[in-house]
Write a new protein. Structure first.
Length: 309
């Protein structure tokens, strides 16, 4: 059952329709929760708040239905792309080192724990929290990580504070991005750093493609632009440090898997390239950055300073 949702940022309910729903059935049993799902172009109605400009999906499944879906997620395809994920997260860690080089780190929505594993290799005391029971099990069996099973709401149950909190491609999935940012603020040390990647619906690439933009998907229920992110961070008690284009490093095989649904012409071209590369037994990785995903760095403003103390 789908329900109408007010704006997460300002609470308003006056909206304009940006993209009509492309889902034939209004049931939630076909909702694609796994990170690597190929349901590009299948999405709920996307609206824009008349008051603050936030883009989000309404109507959509209730928060409890979303949480249950993510708890039951299994994603073997993501598991097969570990090498590419490692390379992406290694780059992320190099970027993070410009602001913090060591300390306690919490990765919210850590999935299989690949980022945590990479962070530990370079000296971070890193841990994670993840809603998927299958992913938590895989994190333990593959990397020996003791990942907590839970959502961003359960961060409040963790008594320790962290020097860094990360959320890689998480905010666009959660029922309340504002609450996720507030929970992160509470869990950070006073000089703590928040780092996350998320959608940039204000990018030129999105404006050019419009409804053909492939990241209009059922699992994405919020679509931010840089202006909205700045307002979110300010309201949640953060000082923005930097917004940059987020880059993904993926294997040629994974790119082909995605292109099969997104662009048939490019799929045939890249599939041909892949067959040639296989003759030489070369595994190719590509950096993908069209500007439609942003990487955000922010610093916690202690509450006494927020309040003028």
């Amino acid at each position: 059952m789908l329900k109408e949702i007010n704006c997460d940022f300002c609470g308003g309910n006056k909206v304009d329709v940006v993209f009509k729903s492309t889902i034939n059935s209004q049931d939630n049993d076909r909702f694609g929760y796994m990170c690597s799902n190929d349901g590009h172009g299948e999405h709920y109605k996307v609206v824009r708040c008349n008051n603050c400009g936030l883009h989000y999906c309404s109507p959509r499944p209730a928060a409890t239905d979303l949480e249950l879906g993510y708890q039951e997620t299994q994603d073997v395809i993501y598991q097969e792309e570990i090498q590419g994920r490692r390379k992406t997260f290694q780059r992320n860690l190099r970027n993070l080192s410009r602001y913090k080089k060591k300390g306690r780190l919490l990765d919210i929505g850590c999935y299989l724990g690949i980022f945590i594993d990479e962070a530990r290799k370079v000296g971070w005391d890193a841990e994670g929290i993840e809603p998927s029971k299958w992913c938590v099990k895989q994190a333990k069996e593959i990397f020996g990580l003791n990942v907590r099973q839970g959502t961003y709401k359960d961060v409040a149950l963790i008594k320790e504070r962290f020097d860094v909190i990360t959320m890689w491609d998480v905010l666009e999935h959660v029922d309340s991005p504002m609450y996720a940012l507030q929970m992160s603020h509470n869990a950070l040390e006073d000089d703590g750093i928040l780092v996350f990647s998320t959608i940039d619906i204000g990018s030129l690439y999105v404006r050019l493609l419009g409804r053909r933009w492939p990241w209009l998907m059922k699992m994405h229920i919020y679509y931010f632009d840089r202006k909205c992110i700045r307002k979110y961070l300010e309201k949640a008690g953060f000082k923005l440090l930097e917004i940059r284009v987020h880059k993904y490093i993926v294997s040629l095989e994974y790119l082909i898997y995605k292109l099969k649904r997104v662009n048939k012409f490019l799929f045939f071209i890249m599939n041909g390239v892949h067959k040639i590369c296989c003759l030489f037994k070369n595994k190719i990785f590509l950096a993908i950055a069209f500007g439609d995903f942003m990487e955000v760095y922010a610093q916690k403003i202690p509450k006494q300073i927020e309040n003028g103390g």
